[in-house]
Design a protein around this ligand. Sequence first.
Ligand code: PRX
Length: 634
Amino acid sequence: MSDLSVPQINTQEWYHPSENVRRDAYITDYEAFYERAMKDPLAFWAEQAETLDWYQKWDKVLDDSNPPFYKWYVGGKTNIALNALDRHVNTWRRNKLAMIWEGEAGERRTLSYYRLWQEVNKFGNVLRSMGVRKGDRVTIYMGRVPELVIAMLACAKVGAVHSVVYGGFSEQALADRIEDAHSRVLVTQDGAWLRGQIVELKQIADEAVRRSACVEHVVVYKRTGHDVFMEPDRDYWWHDLIALPIASTKCETEVMDAEDPLFILYTSGTTGKPKGILHTHGGYQVYTSTTLRYVFDLKDEDRWWCAADPGWITGHSYIVYAPHILGATSFMYEGAPTHPYPNRWWKMVEYYGITVMYTAPTAIRGLMRFGSAWPNRHDLSSLRLLGSVGEPINPEAWKWYYETVGGKRCPIMDTWWQTETGGFMITPMPTVPLKPGSATRPFPGIEVDVVDEHGNSCKAGQDGLLVVKRPWPGMLRTVFGDPDRFKKQYWSQFPGWYLTGDSARKDEDGYIWVIGRIDDVIKVSGYRLGTAEVESGLVSHAAVAEAAAIGLPDEVKGNVIHAFCILRQGVEASPKLEEELKNHIRHEVGPIAVPAKIEFVKSLPKTRSGKIMRRVLKARALGQPEGDISTLEE
Ligand code: PRX
């Protein structure tokens, strides 16, 4: 396996936790905790589930009689909103801040647990009044405002299945996701603020609804206040609805089976059709809250900031659900790290007294570019722990984060996981000695391995496939509407083991170093994109006959997309056409999918069976040997 993107690594560079970190940690004896969980994982997962509320306790922790369709906490009755909201309003936490929010222009809002619970109840009643019932899907397409969190929790509360589509996606991507989920209700907003500009969410939503016939009602939250089109009898303002008598502050929480679906989150795979990853109430609530509790050691005094977007799994698990299950104070902001100045983040850390901060390597690299003077101007001494997710963190960014942001006090929790896994899978805990660039060891109770294509464990230092060898409570249950794809994609190469799609190597200390994707998925600024999505976007333009997309290394974004297009007969290549195609992708898929470069070519390297060899395109672009090209047709 070639590793085009692995930075030079030093597997013997250690960082040990300080006495303070050790003293304050929940788990002071990591090895003993780890051993105990590995010896009897089911007992461990039962014990973790006991910390939550259930309307009815489960009969069986794991039903593995029909793999890979595993079931957790079988017979248990619960609702994730029972644990994230209802239970807190009966305790002292009703007065604790659940959320702190800062808007792009500097507006501030806080919601206590009591207030959040009331707002969720009101919106839950609105959804019910629109006929939303247990199991119905609701698509949410919003910016980073508290109402996005309220809408998600309200869906959970009434038993609806939410499908949040990231606000950076465009018409066709949104339409495909609405259509696949058959959502009758769409929740959106007039526009979102980003770097002083308005992202026209409602306008995009209108076009998407025009392309997907199933939507009956659209709820529009007013954020920017600029003029937007409102279709009579279809579109309703959020503020009008929650002012209706029906929107009372009491809303019955739907009693859910542990295995009832909680949400669908679409992610990129190896085909152009996005995969609806399905998670459930019971196992997901146990897994996300357990991992957050132990990895980030969250305590009542903490102010937790996960800088992701709720539109991705990181935001679902660690902005919306886990922090609220733990009764923590969770911070969220609207806008971008560098607007109006590159000190926005550091200013917020200081102002709000953030104690634990969790972000992505691409954001760290992006801020590092502006130099240390920006963070140095602020008092960041409230921070005690840092986190990283989304792609391998290069040691240079790790060190800057550790020294300049964390003042050499704060261990960095490099958490490896996926949309499919629900929560952290390979990760240190605060007392674990760190090596920059390695996510260290599996979370207690999780068994992972690096294997060759026959399933044999690789030797230390040898590259192989990253697999998970037993089920865990936060695992995806299926691909929505496509159980065969679920089986084929994740469980067919090694029956009984979950195939992650990543390559990795283990070092002599058993630490895991994730290298990157081995399928046709590209990580751009930590966002996951399928080459097929970009390619089908390109060929939907009248000028393009065939297209191929690859990821090439980039200093800030990790990877950027390079696309190759064969034009239709009679169409002339030109810089203007390149711009037009980029715009087309921006509209059809979204700004995150826009290629950095589009090259016009006469042919593409293909196998004799007609499959494009992206590996060859990539090697050529990087000036590297093409590897085995015996199947190449040209
Ligand atoms: O390639 C791995 C990379 O992100 C992929 C999962 O992407 P997604 O489903 O969008 O979820 C991202 C947030 C959980 C993985 O297959 N990845 C994620 N975290 C890390 C990582 N690669 C290396 N180190 C990480 N800490």
